[in-house]
Design a binder for this molecule. Structure first.
Ligand SMILES: *[C@@H]1O[C@H](CO)[C@@H](O)[C@H](O)[C@H]1NC(C)=O
Ligand SMILES: *[C@@H]1O[C@H](CO)[C@@H](O)[C@H](O)[C@H]1NC(C)=O
Ligand SMILES: *[C@@H]1O[C@H](CO)[C@@H](O)[C@H](O)[C@H]1NC(C)=O
Ligand SMILES: *[C@@H]1O[C@H](CO)[C@@H](O)[C@H](O)[C@H]1NC(C)=O
Ligand SMILES: *[C@@H]1O[C@H](CO)[C@@H](O)[C@H](O)[C@H]1NC(C)=O
Ligand SMILES: *[C@@H]1O[C@H](CO)[C@@H](O)[C@H](O)[C@H]1NC(C)=O
Length: 764
């Protein structure tokens, strides 16, 4: 056999194998078991993904052939990319295998008139905002309210200072006569408690001893096959016991149970109210059908989705693996795959032979597109700084909108963090999560403040921002042992105004080597050292005080990276400056002419390696003015110049919509955060995890949650962070103006007076 033939044979085999193999995206929890299926002869290649949203990205690029998605993810895809990929099969619940996963309906008295507007002034029984049995998203829970009470419109309302929930509840309170709408009305418990106390009418039907967290009405005797603890059954009972003027918004499945089993004799007194305002009687035929005569929400089932090119192959394969649509059982890879991908004994697959796109598959959930939607609080604008981050933001936006989280989000991309800070300051964007490195500049130059601090994984020191001062071990033998000894020396800072820079300033104040009344923080440091590299010191974006000081001295050590063939001088605050950033500062300290570097400890070993330094070449100079007990970069906490949270969410100071942003972030945390990623998560997007395999987008991956900036009790790092800024700001507040500043102010005063005089002249 010649080489060509062998090659041909190999190609053919490879071709055949590829044809019969299927790349499926699987969650990390199934990854190792999934690899094992191959040895059992399965044609499955497991593509492990962080989340099912990542799986969408993999399908879109053809990196995976198919994956499994939840009901709400099908709705999301239906809206966001209606024609991409194909639905191969729906995954139903064997006990209720109707056309829809659920339907939400309004049950009204049969005598009801006036359509949706006729609900005004009526009593309203709701299963509860914390009702999770039926997998109802906030959008589903609130669909009828939005349609009837128009909670998305509030022409005459003052929205300043309010949260989206407050506006919503206010509107409902004026629309309905009374209600039971149990469960939390806001993801923020203090907002919830405030609303519950101000609008008790919306809880008045929940029962006498309730706190509006659930129904505590008399449910009467137990009836076989009816669960008296089911919130939908309770809402229907709330409707019945309050007589004519009351209606309920519940799942069709429970309406059937209620009228078929529990109270068949009263079915004639009630009807369904349809979206168009018409009524449908609750006849025996109607309640025997698993499809409602009309409904406000019809939820598509979760589904197996494949790429358009592989859809028919996948469909054919699934039919051979699982011919009955159920788990084949036994010890086989088919059964294992079914168990882990599709579900257990209660699931059944129903093949979609027309291979619809997600748009057609989910067309029963067609609500207004996000860009055309109305809401009382305008979209909060999230600033992003890369294409990858923008993509993640767009999916967070679409997912939050699909679930009905308010206010909506919009995403806008800028070139870097400073353009974002500047946009937020100028009301051209609203918020961004930034490393605490920018905390001081953001407050001082951009007048921003924290809406949330980011919570980090405890027990991992690298998830905090820990700043240390390092001098050369060789210099510690007599020459540099205290902060005083640094006067007239050469210093390396990662960035002007950054966290290491301000941590040094505070220590310098404490050690009285810089006068604590000297609040020109460029001059103070520039004159203390005989040269430094503090990237950004000359940039308008980094100005922290109006000053006549020429800060060139703070850039004298900086060096352009070799590939930049400009002049020798640079003060750039990006990697074109060889000494920019924490790695740059270590690089700077490797220069024989420099004496000290102020850096964050995260990743320092890699920076030392890159700079060809040994850890034993350095020794930390501690905040208490002693040398660390030994050389090296293992710095005891007591020696650090700062140990603070590593990032925060910033917004405009005094933004009148800051409260709504605060609660929006609580919602994002509760639906897409660390604790949300479980089997009940409606849309499996993980906001603190890598997205599409890229780390640190929107949030650093060390984040595990968000806390209030004011909540000092929560952790030492948050307290330290607040304390650091209090220290720096206390100086700025109490100093006499600098000469340069005074001159400027004097002139502007003269100009102002002059203008005033001229104005008077003209006026009189
Ligand atoms: C409810 O409506 C029926 C018929 O419309 C009427 O006979 C009855 O009196 C009403 N009950 C109450 C409490 O209003
Ligand atoms: C739905 O299916 C029809 C054909 O059956 C097709 O023409 C249309 O483009 C599809 N729409 C979407 C949104 O997928
Ligand atoms: C320490 O000081 C001595 C004399 O004061 C000087 O010769 C020596 O170069 C200094 N060493 C360093 C590392 O600065
Ligand atoms: C600041 O000082 C440097 C050198 O000392 C000089 O080249 C530069 O022109 C000065 N800049 C200003 C704005 O005075
Ligand atoms: C520091 O790290 C960045 C990437 O994180 C890299 O681009 C840069 O070249 C590094 N700088 C030095 C001096 O090694
Ligand atoms: C709740 O929201 C209010 C208003 O935005 C905020 O001040 C408060 O800190 C939040 N509390 C909690 C526990 O999140």
């Amino acid at each position: 056999m010649g080489w060509k033939k062998i090659l041909l044979a190999v190609t053919l085999i490879a071709g055949v194998t590829a044809q019969n193999e299927f790349r499926v995206c699987v969650p990390p929890s199934f990854a190792s078991q999934c690899q094992g299926l191959q040895s059992l002869g399965s044609p499955i290649i497991c593509d492990t993904v962080e989340s099912r949203l990542d799986c969408i990205m993999r399908l879109n690029r053809g990196d995976s052939d198919f994956g499994v998605f939840s009901e709400e993810e099908m709705v999301l895809m239906g809206h966001n990319q209606p024609n991409d990929n194909r639905v191969v099969a729906s995954i139903k619940d064997i006990l209720s295998n109707g056309s829809y996963a659920f339907e939400a309906v309004a049950v009204v008295p049969a005598s009801h008139t006036g359509g949706l507007e006729g609900l005004r002034g009526m009593k309203y029984c709701h299963p509860g905002l914390d009702e999770t049995e039926a997998r109802w998203s906030p959008r589903v829970l609130k669909t009828l309210e939005r349609a009837a009470a128009r909670t998305d419109r509030c022409p005459d309302m003052d929205t300043n200072g309010k949260t989206a929930e407050e506006i919503e509840v206010q509107t409902l309170n004026s629309f309905f006569g009374a209600a039971c709408r149990p469960g939390p009305w806001s993801a923020n418990s203090s907002v919830d408690a405030d609303l519950k106390s101000r609008f008790p009418n919306l809880c008045s039907l929940c029962g006498s001893n309730g706190d509006c967290s659930k129904y505590s009405i008399d449910m009467g005797p137990n009836i076989a096959n009816v669960d008296n603890n089911n919130r939908h059954i309770q809402a229907l009972e709330c409707m019945r016991s309050n007589e004519n003027n009351t209606f309920a918004y519940v799942a069709w499945q429970h309406v059937r149970t209620y009228f078929n089993v529990r109270n068949p004799r009263i079915r004639g007194s009630y009807a369904l109210l349809c979206e168009d305002g018409s009524l449908r009687p609750l006849t025996v035929e109607a309640t025997n059908s698993n499809i409602s005569p009309c409904s406000f929400v019809r939820q598509p089932w979760s589904a197996v989705v494949a790429t358009t090119t592989r859809a028919s192959d996948v469909s054919a394969a699934l039919k051979t693996w699982w011919p009955t649509g159920t788990n084949p059982g036994g010890v086989s890879w088919q059964s294992s795959l079914y168990n882990n991908l599709i579900g257990g004994a209660l699931s059944i697959i129903s093949f979609e032979d027309s291979l619809p796109g997600p748009g057609n598959y989910s067309q029963s959930r067609n609500f207004t597109a996000i860009d055309a939607s109305s809401s009382c609080i305008p979209a909060r604008r999230w600033c992003t700084i890369s294409n990858e981050e923008h993509n993640k933001c767009s999916w967070v936006r679409a997912s939050a909108y699909t679930l009905g989280i308010e206010p909506t989000i919009s995403c806008q991309m800028r070139n870097n963090i400073f353009e974002c800070l500047s946009d937020i300051k100028d009301n051209a964007a609203d918020f961004i999560a930034t490393p605490s490195n920018y905390g001081y500049l953001s407050r001082q130059h951009y007048k921003l403040s924290a809406v949330k601090l980011v919570q980090n994984l405890r027990g991992n020191p690298n998830s905090f921002s820990r700043v240390a001062a390092f001098v050369k071990e060789s210099a510690t033998q007599g020459n540099i042992t205290r902060f005083e000894n640094l006067r007239g020396k050469k210093a390396c800072f990662p960035e002007f105004g950054g966290i290491s820079y301000v941590a040094f300033l505070r220590t310098a104040h404490e050690r009285s080597i810089i006068s604590s009344s000297d609040c020109d923080y460029a001059r103070a440091v520039g004159e203390f050292f005989d040269g430094a590299c503090a990237p950004g010191a000359l940039a308008a974006s980094h100005e922290i005080v109006q000053s006549s000081y020429n800060a060139t001295n703070l850039c004298s050590l900086c060096k352009p990276a070799v590939n930049v063939n400009d002049s020798n001088f640079t003060c750039a605050f990006d990697y074109t400056n060889m000494y920019y950033g924490n790695n740059g500062s270590i690089n700077c300290l490797a220069d024989p002419t420099t004496d000290v570097a102020f850096v964050e400890l995260d990743g320092i070993q890699a920076h030392l390696d890159a700079a060809k330094l040994q850890a034993s070449d350095l020794r930390a100079l501690c905040r208490d003015n002693t040398l660390a007990p030994s050389a090296g970069v293992q710095v005891p906490d007591s020696c650090l110049l700062a140990s603070v949270v590593d990032s925060e969410v910033l917004a405009r100071r005094n933004d009148p919509l800051a409260n709504s942003l605060n609660v929006l972030l609580d919602n994002l945390d509760s639906y897409f955060g660390y604790n949300a990623a479980n089997a009940k998560q409606l849309i499996n997007l993980e906001i603190y995890s890598p997205f599409d395999k890229v780390s640190d987008l929107l949030f650093r991956n060390t984040a595990i949650g968000l806390t209030e900036p004011s909540d000092n009790a929560i952790n030492a790092e948050a307290r330290n962070y607040n304390e650091l800024f209090r220290h720096l700001e206390s100086c700025t507040g109490s100093t006499p103006p600098l000469p340069g500043l005074a001159t400027k102010n004097f002139f502007s005063l003269v100009t102002l007076l002059g203008t005033a005089l001229i104005t008077r002249f003209v006026l009189y």
